[in-house]
Every structure is written in C-alpha cells, then in structure tokens.
Design a protein around this ligand. Structure first.
Ligand code: NAD
Length: 496
C-alpha cells in the first residue's frame, strides 16, 4: 500500500489496526507476516498491531535507504533539502495536535506535556533547515611539490541507522531525521517496540511533504531482533542509539561488523544540588518536576537531590506538600500532570526499587504505592519521595526511570561535588544558589554533559545536550551537530 495523506490526517486510522513498516515509500508487511500488540499504558488496552520486523525487513530497508542515497536524492541541492525541511516544518505545525495525542496514547505522557513539545520540535526542524547550508570545507596551504590546491571537503556519510527509546520519540526522532535531511544522508529507524506510533505518523508526513521514497524508512519490532540486525548490518554507515547502558554496549559491539560510526546516548543518575541560599519557591517545584515530569522517564531526571543540611527539613516538607498537589491519571485529561509509566514490566521494576529503600534505611516521605481504583488497569505509581537517603543505597546508585526522588543531605561544597560525581553516569546536573561564585564552581566541578544553574532540564537545539562517562558520547544539537552525518575527504588537485 502507498502512503496517503489519509494516514497522516487521522491519527485514529492508526488505532486498533495492523500497521506495517515503511520501506522505500511504501507500507509493507513483515517478511514473516508476524505482528505484535502495542498498548496504551494508561489503560492496558491494545492500541494497534505493529509489524514485527526481523533481519530480512531490516535488510530490505537498508537496501531502500542505500538506493535512495545513491539515487536522485544525492543530486538534491542544500536549498532543495532546506525547502523540504521547511515544508515538513509547516506540516508538523498543522498536525502537531494529532502527533501529541498519539504520543500520549502510546506512551502515557500528559497531553499538556506532549502539546508543550511542539515548540521544541518546530525549533529543531527549523534548526536543521539552517544546517543544510552548514557543510563547511577548508582550503589549505600547499606543502607539496607543484601547484597543488589542497582542501578538505565534507560529504554525507550514507545510510544512518537509528535505534530509539520509548520515553520521548516525539522529540528524539527529529535529531536523526533532521540531521539526515540536512546533510543528504538516508535513514532506517527502529523505534522502541513500546512507542512506535509517533514515528510511523512522522514518516507519513515526510512523504506528504515531498521527501523521496527510501530517504527515511521505519522498521518496527523488538530490539534484540530488528535493533540488533540494524546495529550489525554491514551496509549501515553510522548508528545512533538512545536507550539503556546494557543495550548501548551491545550496539557498540555490533558496530564492529563494519566499523560503523556510533553515537550512544544512554541513561543517567543526575545530581540536583540545592544550597541553603537558593530561592526555594523556584527550587522546590523544579526539583520535584525534575523527576516527576514524564513519570520520571527522562534520561536527565534529577533523581539524586542533594539538599544542604540546614534547609533539609523545610525542603522535604515543601516537597511533600507540592507532591500532594500533583494530579495523576490518564494523560488525555488536560488537567493531568503525571501519567503512567510505560509498561507492566517498568512498573514492576520501579516498584522493586521503591520496596528496596526502607529496608536499606531510607524514610518514605511521600507516595510509594501503585495506584488502584479507576487507574488499576494502567501502570500508575504515586510520585514518591525518599528522605535520609545515603549514597550507598540502591535507589541512590541505579537509574530507576520512574517517579522516585531521593533526598540526600550535604554540608559543604567540596563534599557535595564529591558525592555528585561519585557515579558511573555523567548526563546532567544542576545547582540552585543565589551566589554566582558558588554556581560557577559547581558548573566547573560537575562532571556531566549538561549543567543547569537555577533551572533544570532545558534543551536548546542550537546549544545541544551531551553525554559523559557511561551516559554516552556525542552531542545532540549545537553548532557542530550535523558534522557527525558527514565524513571528511582530503582532496589534492595538481594544477599544471
Ligand atoms: P533499551 O536499551 O531497552 O531500548 C532502547 C532501544 O534499543 C529500543 O528501540 C529497543 O528495541 C532497542 N534494543 C533493545 N535491545 C537491543 C539490541 N540487543 N540491539 C539493538 N537494539 C536493541 O532502553 P529503554 O528501556 O527503551 O529506554 C530507557 C533508557 O533510555 C534509559 O536508560 C534512559 O535513560 C535512556 N534514554 C537516554 C536518552 C539520552 O538522550 N541520553 C534519552 C532517552 C532515554
């Protein structure tokens, strides 16, 4: 079946239907004919059946992407790619409400949050439209015999594979698609099996905007099969991965098949540090939402909240009060501020951490239960705060990826920097203080790819976010971002 505008204009066409891969501009079944269910985490009900891709489907998609890369797409000028991105920008602007609703149905995020992502997505697409003109080469002085004009030019890498996480596909997909369209690469995306719908919707919009067939392809399916096939495929030039550390390691290993380039973005256990002189009216809600936003399923979540001892008691009291005001429920309700976690498995995992905390000596200050009643068929966990947490406890060391906040006391700057950096991760970190000198010392001292002062978790596509240590490598956004979709070619032209 060809992709039609009809598929993009009504998100409801997606629901309760069998949805194929999108390969070479067509919607296709799996070679195996197999499908799997994707569920609404707020209700546990089936939303749609997705094609279950395997190595044969991935190979078909990579061949389509290669053919597109070598074909007419390679002749598109930067301006033509820019104009395509601008058409995509306008279509996304018109249809964002449907994308937001699909995202909320598919991964549970409150609709107000999904809607608020519109600005970031549109800014990302507009940024990539500017990057089409950003491929800068160099003309260098000659050191060789003869009149040699020596230069370094940049050329598109080729086929880029993207393995996405489920927690924010509405935004995450654009870092790959935008980068590829800006530079003339082609893409095979493998969305997370738990949240593929916004990615399928997006690829339809790209075709509607006039993107040639095969430039962006989507293969749905399980990570260990379809994801692994993409990571190991020898005709994929680069793989971009977002997900857990364990899978990231497997992706790096699989990339050895053809020494493909790799970008890895994994998890975190980010410190959020509040000094006694901070503006608590700002710091309290921000520290809470640094973890409860998206039910804690944010890679940069500020899960280790270090509070200076002199204000700890007051801070925890205010956190408890704030937490009680949060409205939890089905994300389609515009009043809801926190939705479910993504799956039963994730719920069990998070509750395992919650249950480990009190026996290890933490104090349960708020939450700690799965929600029942009307919400019993979904995967809802109360926003949970533990105080008197020590750095050795499991909840202070491991990424939980759920609505669980750990409060740890500290006395001095030196001590808190040591504690903040005592983790294998290095994704984010924040400091709250009215003292600029303290703030700058913490910025210098925190070992992480993004650091915020008197705010938490913002991302400006023009600046970017990066990873450090086991949180991965490569920057997302910022002035040099699209260079990673290009390779350098050293050219020597002898002019007799
Ligand atoms: P995951 O590693 O289980 O899955 C991520 C993706 O990898 C999915 O598409 C999955 O199908 C695929 N996959 C699984 N096994 C694979 C394999 N063997 N080979 C190839 N692909 C495979 O992670 P998750 O649970 O879906 O996502 C949550 C994690 O993602 C958290 O750790 C979170 O911190 C991280 N994350 C990081 C960022 C970031 O930008 N740093 C953003 C979002 C999420």
């Amino acid at each position: 079946m060809s992709i039609t505008a009809e598929h993009a204009t009504s998100p409801h066409l997606f629901l309760r239907k069998k949805l194929g891969h999108v390969i070479g501009g067509r919607i296709v079944e799996s070679e195996s004919g197999q499908y799997f269910d994707t569920l609404n985490p707020a209700t546990g009900q089936v939303l749609a059946r997705l094609a279950q891709g395997d190595a044969a489907d991935v190979d078909k998609a990579v061949r389509a992407a290669r053919a597109a890369f070598e074909g007419p797409w390679s002749k598109w000028t930067p301006y033509e790619r820019q104009a395509l991105l601008m058409r995509i920008h306008d279509l996304v602007e018109q249809r964002f409400e449907e994308m937001a609703q699909l995202e909320t149905l598919d991964m549970g995020s409150p609709i107000t949050r999904s809607r608020n992502l519109k600005k970031m997505v549109l800014q990302a697409i507009a940024y990539f439209a500017t990057q089409t003109m950003n491929s800068k080469g160099l003309l260098l002085p000659n050191n060789m015999v003869g009149n040699v004009k020596s230069m370094i030019v940049k050329a598109p890498l080729g086929v880029v594979g993207g393995v996405l996480a489920w927690n924010n596909p509405l935004v995450g997909q654009w870092f790959l698609v935008g980068g590829a369209l800006a530079t003339g690469c082609t893409v095979v995306l493998k969305p997370a099996e738990l949240a593929s719908l916004s990615v399928l919707y997006m690829v339809n919009l790209l075709h509607e905007a006039g993107m040639p067939e095969g430039v962006v392809n989507v293969v749905t399916g399980y990570g260990a099969v379809a994801g692994a096939a993409l990571a190991g495929h020898t005709d994929v030039d680069r793989i971009v991965f977002t997900g857990s550390v364990g899978t990231g390691r497997r992706i790096v290993e699989a990339s050895a098949s053809n020494l493909k380039r790799v970008q890895i973005e994994t998890g975190g256990k980010s410190p959020d540090i509040v000094f006694a002189d901070a503006d608590l009216d700002l710091a309290v809600p921000s520290a809470a939402m640094a973890v409860f936003n998206n039910s804690g399923q944010i890679c940069t979540a500020g899960t280790r909240l270090f509070v200076q001892r002199s204000i700890q008691e007051e801070f925890v009291e205010r956190l408890i009060t704030f937490t009680k005001t949060l409205r939890i429920g089905n994300g389609l309700d515009p009043d809801v501020q926190m939705g479910p976690v993504i799956s039963q498995q994730q719920l069990d995992r998070v509750m395992g951490y919650v249950e480990s905390a009190v026996p290890e000596g933490a104090t349960l200050a708020a939450g700690g239960q799965r929600l029942g009643g009307d919400l019993a068929s979904g995967y809802f966990i109360e926003p949970t705060v533990f105080s008197n947490v020590t750095p050795q406890m499991k909840i202070a060391r491991e990424e939980i990826f759920g609505p669980v906040l750990s409060v740890l006391p500290f006395d001095t700057e030196e001590e808190v920097l040591h504690l903040a950096n005592a983790t294998e991760y290095g994704l984010g970190g924040a400091v709250w203080t009215r003292n600029l000198s303290t703030g700058m010392r913490m910025v210098d001292g925190i070992k992480a790819g993004s650091v915020w002062v008197n705010c938490y978790g913002g991302l400006d596509i023009g600046v970017g976010m990066a990873g450090y240590k086991m949180s991965g490598y490569g920057i997302k956004g910022g002035p040099g971002y699209t260079d990673a979709f290009l390779y350098e070619k050293c050219v020597y032209i002898n002019v007799p």
